[in-house]
Design a protein around this ligand. Structure first.
Ligand SMILES: [Fe+2]
Ligand SMILES: [Fe+2]
Length: 301
């Protein structure tokens, strides 16, 4: 890291892959880490309570699913439910997971105080997860929580970038003017890869379910997803709506306009035969969910 500042520039695919393979453990948020420790030390606790806390943390969720899917690789279908994962692994293994998970506030100090608002970024992730569920719920009744998990980890590439490319991450969030330019273009110019591809590669490396990889990779352009297009589209819309309502901080530059929300490609994927007025009604329903979000999030972190 010593003279990294001078040589900071876009990396080759090979260099990026090496860094992703040796990516340090993704850090969790301090308040969640302590809530979880407290719960795990309590005389009595339920699987559902533990899952409820992990559900508020994209890093812990990704690491939990990685753990369960590597231990139970022989299960017929990969585990993508948090509660199921907690149940399979048991309290002892969860305790171990929490013990070795770094806390993002400590990590931030190490990284030289990147001016990045992690708590608000966590709100962005949880908000997107909750809204993804609402969006999909108007298309079909979800039978598992993969839609929520997908929304939660959609931007995991940003945490990967902060962990495996700390100098680049710092530079990206220090010098970027608050203009309307495309954040992913900035990431590609500086790092050599944007957060969508970084996240997808990370999840792929850890053998997480394909649907999560697709969401990480295509959530800004669901029309490119050849599988899981509905979930990817729901995450795109949720992400835009949450950003438009200025709930949390996504780390992307620029505000999202109402027009951008309404013209997003995800609508056509989820509601192929919908008229403009039907779209406006769906949008109004989602607005009610959006209005409730800040209060829900306030109590969670
Ligand atoms: Fe994103
Ligand atoms: Fe996002």
């Amino acid at each position: 890291m010593g003279n990294a500042a001078e040589q900071l520039g876009p990396l080759s695919i090979e260099q990026i892959e090496v860094r992703i393979r040796s990516c340090p453990r993704l850090p969790s948020l301090g308040s969640i880490n302590s809530a979880l420790r407290e719960l795990l030390n309590a005389d009595q606790r339920y699987t559902s309570q533990v899952a409820e806390v992990i559900r508020r943390d994209p890093s812990l969720t990704a690491r939990l699913l990685r753990m369960v899917n590597s231990v139970y690789y022989s299960l017929s279908a990969p585990v993508n439910s948090i509660e199921e994962a907690v149940f399979y692994l048991g309290i002892r293994q969860i305790r171990q997971l929490v013990m070795v998970t770094p806390v993002i506030e400590d990590f931030q100090k190490l990284a030289g105080d990147t001016p990045f608002r992690w708590r608000e970024f966590w709100q962005h992730c949880i908000g997107t997860a909750i809204l993804t569920r609402e969006v999909l719920g108007s298309v079909y009744a979800p039978t598992d929580e993969v839609d929520y998990v997908a929304g939660l980890v959609h931007d995991v590439g940003k945490i990967v970038m902060a962990s495996a490319f700390p100098e680049h991450f710092r530079r990206l969030h220090q010098v970027r003017p608050a203009g309307p330019q495309d954040s992913r273009e900035c990431e590609r110019a500086l790092v050599g890869m944007d957060h969508t591809e970084l996240g997808a590669l990370y999840l792929q490396n850890h053998k997480l379910p394909d649907v999560l990889i697709d969401v990480a990779r295509y959530h800004h352009e669901p029309e490119r997803a050849s599988h899981n297009a509905q979930i990817v589209a729901a995450v795109q819309l949720a992400n835009l709506l949450v950003r438009h309502a200025q709930i949390g901080v996504s780390g992307d530059a620029g505000a999202v306009s109402e027009e951008q929300c309404l013209s997003a490609s995800g609508w056509g994927i989820l509601f192929p035969n919908q008229s403009d007025s039907e779209r406006a009604i769906a949008r109004a329903t989602l607005q009610r969910s959006l209005d409730r979000l800040p209060t829900i999030l306030e109590g969670l972190l």
